[in-house]
Design a protein around this ligand. Sequence first.
Ligand code: SF4
Ligand code: SF4
Length: 67
Amino acid sequence: MIQVNPETCCLCGLCVGVCPPDALDLTPSELKVLPNCTDCGWCVPYCPVGAISGGRAPRRRAPVPSA
Ligand code: SF4
Ligand code: SF4
């Protein structure tokens, strides 16, 4: 599962709308990652302050060209 750094997250809510299974729950005091998170990593680049880490997509590596 992805991780949200509560010390960095400013509760802006930008990530909430981009989650395909709607697994991000923004409350007045924290951003919760719900159990239906698929760890897709889609939300990670949408966070303007880099508060989300983990997920599968950011760790995907580009294909290495064959020599
Ligand atoms: S990793 Fe994917 S499923 Fe999980 S919160 Fe982010 S966008 Fe939603
Ligand atoms: S986009 Fe980043 S700062 Fe904004 S609510 Fe999501 S995790 Fe927090």
